[in-house]
Design a protein around this ligand. Structure first.
Ligand code: XGP
Ligand code: MG
Length: 219
């Protein structure tokens, strides 16, 4: 076990909830039905892909020009950025800061593999930037989750083999990406939402270096 590669939204902090709220406001404005079950499909995928899925759900796939779609995506992001502007270090999910400190002390590589273009800003707000040896540049990624590219890039940036990495995710697309990369997958959530994960924890409070090592070496 040489590195741990983290998703951000819903793993390090509960910004998955803010994405839900911001996409929900946009969907409501467009009169498109939106609920938590549908929202699961938007977790881990890019802003433009998320918007495409929402418009498809409202049978509005052909209703907007490229410019119109850009405006809708910007509208959602403006609302999302309003929600995350008040984030503080107190918004780091339970157990995460202790885990990052343990990994750093043990000289285990730490990378971030988030689909979000807001990731660097959020790490800054949470005062966690210093723990990360690599934050994958999502603008340079050609294939988003569930493709393994973002996790493979994280491993390459750290100079470690995928088989020596653990990936931690709260989205089905993310678990698929981790497994596609040949890594050990830890899911945060319910087993039905984390199919294919090697282990599933209900909350991040259950995560620790000791527990990750126990499962990783048992596998
Ligand atoms: P960004 C976000 C997407 O808008 C959101 O739908 C995804 O669930 C999230 O990334 C995954 O982490 O991307 O709009 O913050 O760039
Ligand atoms: Mg996530």
């Amino acid at each position: 076990m040489k590195a741990v590669i983290f998703d951000l939204d819903g793993v390090i902090t509960d910004t998955a909830e803010y994405h839900f709220q911001a996409w929900g406001s946009l969907a409501a404005a467009l009169d498109i039905p939106f609920d938590r079950e549908f929202n699961e499909q938007l977790k881990g995928i890019s802003r433009t892909e998320s918007l495409d899925k929402i418009l498809a759900r409202g049978n509005l796939s052909d209703a907007y020009s490229d410019e119109g779609r850009r405006e809708l995506a910007t509208q959602k992001n403006t609302e999302y950025q309003r929600l995350i502007s008040a984030l503080t270090p107190a918004d780091v999910l339970p157990g995460i800061k202790a885990l990052l400190a343990e990994l750093q002390d043990a000289r285990i590589g730490i990378a971030l593999a988030s689909a979000s273009k807001n990731a660097a800003f959020i790490l800054e707000r949470l005062e966690l930037t210093r723990y990360f040896d690599s934050v994958v540049d999502v603008t340079a990624i050609r294939h988003g989750k569930p493709d393994p590219e973002i996790f493979l890039t994280g491993a390459a940036n750290l100079g470690v083999q995928p088989a020596d990495c653990i990936g931690i995710e709260d989205a089905q697309a993310g678990i698929q990406a981790i497994k596609g990369a040949g890594m050990f997958a830890v899911g945060v959530g319910t087993p039905s939402q984390m199919q294919g994960a090697d282990i599933v924890v209900a909350t991040t409070a259950e995560l620790s270096l000791r527990m990750l090592e126990d499962y990783f070496f048992r596998d």
